[in-house]
Design a protein around this ligand. Sequence first.
Ligand code: GDP
Ligand code: MG
Length: 164
Amino acid sequence: RKPIVAVVGRPNVGKSTLFNALAGEMISIVKDSPGITRDRIYADVTWLDRAFTLIDTGGIEPDSSDIILSQMREQAQIAIDTADVILFMVDVKQGLVDSDSKVADMLRRSHKPVVLVVNKVDSFDKFMADVYEFYNLGIGDPNPISAANRMGIGDLLDEVIRHF
Ligand code: GDP
Ligand code: MG
């Protein structure tokens, strides 16, 4: 079977924006399956002849007892358990928050390869200095992207397929 890549991280960091960028407009790297609805969370992606299945998740709020958020956390855990490679997304505009560290702990327990994605780096000149604090997660090198502006995505995909 194709490798599975899951996108996880707190709500609002931009997971679905990246998913849509990879599943939607980059036509040459996308092979849509028939009968799949608009709000699908699975997409077939091909990058440099390497095909994989990308899974979007609702997000993880590690400490919340809210029923919806705890269900989202369970769904994300299922995606983590299913994945061959995990894209762990954080938000450079919010900076490193406690929840990010807790998600990082969850991911370490999975013993899966994790690619750390720092999103919302809308200008590499202006915001690159803020990317380095994410080294403190102890989960590897941060990969800066702007999902909204489609910057850094090629380098990120190069990094993802290195783990297959
Ligand atoms: P999710 O909850 O992690 O799936 O996050 P969404 O993809 O729904 O995005 C949450 C918000 O962040 C939306 O308002 C997006 O437009 C915004 N967003 C996503 N990517 C970027 C980015 O690269 N730069 C900026 N400035 N905003 C972004
Ligand atoms: Mg989303």
